[in-house]
Design a protein. Structure first.
Length: 360
């Protein structure tokens, strides 16, 4: 899974990009608006103009409260050029170090100013918007902040298409044995925040609830399913914006004996990238909990979904912080509903057909 952009509270968010402009190089008006997760109204940020190549740089100041932010760049229709509207998600996080206010010299002194926490960490990711899409998904009416709906539709259930899920790898159907407890281990050595172990435990419980599988934590070295923290220097699969990888080890089985299932999952692996220090812990927002669910999902047999509202979408954003309809179908399909596995119909051939798969 890949990480969203992040910025610290009160920090500047620079939004850069390029939009199509006329051959003559007309400058186009650009407007940036933003909205905190759960807020109804879009707030105004910068308004400016592109240069003659259509390039723009706009900025907004991140709110003082941590959370998720939708940032939208819009440009009205210009002659034959369609209006442009792009939205991206930015994680606003608290600074990792908070300055300690200097105590007043004597108890009787009257403070003349309130100590103000100043972020000492600069954003490591600058969100960049590069509109590249076809005209079909751009509105024909120039969007302005006042055009935006002031009320968000209230979701009534799991979002997205119930069929929006896949098996990981070549598409063979697979699952863990419904009649065995799945043992897992957790190496806390390199974990980047104290609550990471509790978050991982909760993630396994959430997957257990939706699949029916039973997970049991065991000591390091004894588990079929290993969870570890690493970094891009140790594991090149974590390079760039990748925050975690996960996948199963599988063996071919006889579908006729296994309710149609083609592969048995006999091992699982999740590796998370501790170098992404700005990703927040916990669940219910874009952060490590969401990444853990995604990677356990891979190791439970699921590939990527196409809709952004599924936890199994390739990128962690504000849109897929809870299981979507496709996730729930997929988790049920790789769950215990299809019964125990007959593991060894091919005798020794099964051992030669062990396949390891992983995805970001
Ligand atoms: Zn993935």
């Amino acid at each position: 899974m890949k990480a969203p952009g992040t910025v610290t509270t009160g920090g500047q968010i620079k939004v850069r990009g390029r939009i199509p402009t006329s051959r003559a190089g007309a400058r186009r008006r650009t407007i940036v608006t933003y909205r905190s997760a759960g807020a109804r109204r879009w707030r105004s940020g910068d308004t400016g103009w592109t240069n003659r190549r259509g390039e723009f740089t706009l900025s907004i100041t991140a709110p003082a409260q941590a959370g998720l932010l939708s940032v939208r760049v819009a440009s009205p229709r210009l002659g034959r050029l369609e209006a442009v509207r792009r939205t991206l998600a930015v994680s606003v996080i608290a600074p990792t170090t908070t300055p300690t206010p200097t105590p007043a010299a004597t108890p009787t002194a009257t403070p003349t100013a309130t100590p103000t926490a100043t972020p000492t960490v600069t954003p490591t990711v600058t969100p960049t918007v590069t509109p590249t899409s076809s005209p079909t998904d751009t509105p024909t009416v120039a969007p302005t902040p006042s055009d935006e709906p002031t009320v968000e539709p209230t979701p009534t259930g799991p979002l997205g298409d119930p069929d929006d899920w896949t098996y990981i790898g070549s598409g063979d159907s697979m699952r863990w044995d419904a009649c065995q407890t799945i043992t897992w281990s957790y190496d806390a050595t390199a974990q980047p925040y104290p609550g990471a172990e509790a978050d991982m435990t909760k993630a396994f419980a959430m997957i257990a609830e939706k699949t029916g599988h039973s997970f049991s934590r065991v000591p390091l070295g004894d588990a079929a399913f290993t969870v570890d923290w690493s970094n891009p220097d140790e594991d090149v699969r974590l390079a760039g914006s990748v925050v975690g990888i996960g996948g199963p080890t599988t063996r071919r089985i006889d579908p006729a004996l296994n309710n149609g299932t083609q592969r048995a999952i006999v091992g699982g692996m999740v590796v998370l990238d501790a170098s992404h220090a700005s990703v927040p812990g916990g669940f219910g927002h874009s952060g490590w909990g969401q990444v853990m669910l995604h990677e356990i999902g891979h190791a439970t047999g699921l590939g990527h979904a196409s809709g952004r509202e599924q936890v199994m979408a390739p990128v962690a954003t504000i849109y897929n912080t809870v299981f979507g309809a496709g996730d729930l179908t997929g988790l049920a399909e790789v769950g215990t509903s299809k019964g125990c596995l007959q593991m060894d119909p091919y005798g020794r051939a099964a051992d030669r057909d062990t396949t390891v798969t992983w995805m970001e």
